[in-house]
Design a protein around this ligand. Structure first.
Ligand SMILES: O=C(O)COP(=O)(O)O
Ligand SMILES: [Mg+2]
Length: 226
């Protein structure tokens, strides 16, 4: 009899419905019943993974903003600030472009360390402006994230492990894009869903046969305690 391994899960592309958008409701019960810690490691702003944990009914262990914000359940750690990314966003807008989210911009409203740009906005001028500020642009397949190069999801996951009982030498991670590569390096076994980008596929120990939540759900069945 083996125990359930700790999980490190990405959100978009990994817990999403086959259509690619929205959380697949089939993940709720397996995650609620999982007997080991679950870390949500995402590019989304801090409130989103916290809310996901809350509504799943699992403890809040969260890496948000691609590692810019880390929550261990007791403490919040910030590993970057928003100022430079904000300056890039203003310059992008001044050049006639838009972040693409509308006036109230709930995607960036609560962001503390980076700025996200909608996926159908032009990325080349964004990359050029970000480079002037020494920042990088990460392509998650869902948005472009303007961020400091230092924070990443993998370091965030390690911070959680240092402050909790999450044992990364036993952990299983699932992800779909270049922002999950550092996570894959931090855990014991790493899996890219079938819809994953090249970077995630190359970094993962295994590419799953199924896409989105279908891939993740099949994997959970496979690695669950016997
Ligand atoms: O916020 C994004 O663009 C992607 O989010 P994810 O890291 O949970 O896939
Ligand atoms: Mg993703």
């Amino acid at each position: 009899m083996t125990a359930d391994p700790p999980l490190v899960l990405d959100i978009d592309g990994t817990l999403t419905r086959p259509e690619g958008w929205g959380i697949d409701p089939r993940i709720f019960d397996p995650l609620l019943e999982w007997e080991a810690p679950i870390v949500i490691a995402t590019g989304k702003a801090f409130p989103y993974p916290v809310a996901l944990c809350h509504f799943l009914g699992v403890p809040e262990l969260v890496v948000a903003e691609n590692g810019g914000v880390v929550y261990t359940g007791d403490d919040v750690f910030f590993t970057a600030d928003r100022e430079a990314a904000e300056a890039v966003a203003r310059e992008y807008e001044a050049a006639g472009y838009s972040l693409g989210w509308g006036p109230e911009d709930t995607v960036n409203r609560w962001r503390e360390t980076e700025i996200a740009v909608q996926y159908d906005q032009p990325v080349e001028p964004l990359r050029a402006i970000a480079a002037e500020y020494g920042l990088e642009v990460v392509d998650t397949g869902y948005a472009y994230h303007v961020k400091d190069a230092a924070p990443n999801k993998g370091d965030g996951v390690r911070t959680i492990a240092e402050h909790t009982n999450v044992d990364l030498t036993e952990a299983v991670a699932v992800g779909d894009s270049e922002n999950d590569v550092a996570t894959f390096e931090a855990v014991d076994r790493s899996f890219a869903v079938a819809n994953a980008d090249e970077a995630a596929r190359a970094a993962a120990d295994e590419v799953l046969a199924d896409a989105h939540a279908d891939g993740t759900l099949a994997l959970l069945e496979r690695v669950a305690s016997a």
